[in-house]
Design a binder for this molecule. Structure first.
Ligand SMILES: O=c1[nH]cnc2c1ncn2[C@@H]1O[C@H](CO)[C@@H](O)[C@H]1O
Ligand SMILES: [Zn+2]
Length: 344
């Protein structure tokens, strides 16, 4: 079995990580000082507020754990700090490329507009790239409880053509939040506009037991599926998913916590992998799920006895499904394949 040292050293690619769910305790404390907000003095008391319980009842229960940090994420300074902090944590875990997603509308509760929010976060990405050996890109999340007309305003972010920072760093769109009450089909007019603009699309789907949401998301233009755990009900469709080149962004700890799946026997990661469907390993939320990418890799090793070659394959899947250009993918592929060879 692969040892923990190798798991740590493996270069990794991560496609599914939420900014607001992944802040370090240190960053949270610094942001609170900037905002004059009092936090519990003891780290264990703070952690009780920012980690979801090991077992939540549902996705909605899990999502309620995000509210605590949002008052801290309302200024340019703190958003830049947060983006830098999450990228730094990833770099420490040997992540070489990460897509970090955020919902701009969560961060407009004080003075900022969605463009200012996005710019501040991109600045944090830029600084992290300058300081660490990591490439960082951002995804815009629409929140499903918002109306389609409100969500349409997010498209302005992709209209900023001469805005170098945003067009350089923001590479795709996602819908996050309450999937059960707001399934993908409701957003057809929005997603049509997203596709018209040529924006890359990944959608959270199949996290609430509904496999149909996965197929609807693909129909609506998603090339990637966030979680997609409910696909275990449809093994006959694996060849369709492979043909369509759909990338699955799975997050083992989060998937059990949100009750997307009840037992390891039903968890479809290995079946999808064996069928040649492009599965990837992600954290979803480092802080809310009290995890990191090294811990997620260890879980996959322990459950399936994954080898170095298996992990390489998962990372190749992630690069191929990523939202960077073909040239950038080629560069990442060469780098990762070489580094895995050196580890072997
Ligand atoms: O696993 C998930 N499923 C659906 N939505 C999520 C998940 N994790 C986080 N968010 C939602 O995405 C927002 C922006 O980052 C978070 O505030 C949370 O509401
Ligand atoms: Zn997610």
């Amino acid at each position: 079995m692969l040892d923990n040292k190798i798991i740590k050293e493996m270069p990794k690619i991560e496609l599914h990580c939420h900014l607001d769910g992944s802040l370090s305790v240190d960053a949270i404390r610094r942001m609170a000082i900037n905002e004059n907000i009092q936090l519990p003095e003891k780290d264990e008391d703070l952690k009780a507020n920012i980690h979801a319980p090991r077992e939540t009842h549902s996705l909605l229960d899990y999502l309620s754990c995000f509210d605590y940090v949002l008052p801290l994420l309302q200024t340019k300074e703190n958003l830049e700090l947060a983006a830098y902090d999450v990228a730094k944590q990833a770099a420490d875990e040997n992540v070489k490329y990460i897509e970090i997603r955020f919902a701009p509308m969560h961060h407009t509760k004080k003075d900022l507009n969605i463009i200012e929010v996005t710019k501040a976060i991109c600045k944090g990405f830029e600084q992290a790239e300058a300081d660490f050996d990591i490439k960082v890109r951002g995804l815009i999340c629409g929140l499903r409880h918002e109306s389609v007309s409100t969500l349409m305003t997010l498209l302005d972010i992709f209209a900023e053509e001469d805005e170098n920072l945003i067009s350089h760093y923001i590479v795709g769109f996602d819908l996050a939040g309450d999937e059960e009450n707001f399934p993908p089909k409701l957003f057809a007019p929005l997603l049509e506009k997203v596709k018209q603009k040529g924006v890359n699309l990944t959608l959270h789907a199949g996290e609430c037991g509904c496999a149909q949401n996965i197929f609807d998301s693909i129909e609506l233009g998603a090339s990637r599926i966030g979680h997609g755990v409910a696909i275990h009900e449809n093994p006959d469709e694996f060849s369709f998913l492979k043909e369509k080149n759909i990338t699955f962004e799975m997050a083992p700890t989060s998937n059990f916590q949100t009750k997307a799946i009840e037992s390891l026997e039903l968890y479809p990661f290995k079946e999808l992998f064996d069928a040649g469907v492009a599965v990837t390993i992600n954290t979803d939320n480092r802080t809310v799920s009290d995890t990191n990418l090294v811990k997620e890799y260890r879980k996959i090793r322990d459950w399936y006895d994954f080898t170095l070659d298996d992990f390489l394959k998962v990372n190749i899947n992630a690069i191929e499904g990523s939202f960077v250009t073909g040239t950038e993918k080629k560069f990442l592929l060469d780098k990762i394949i070489l580094e895995y060879k050196q580890l072997g």
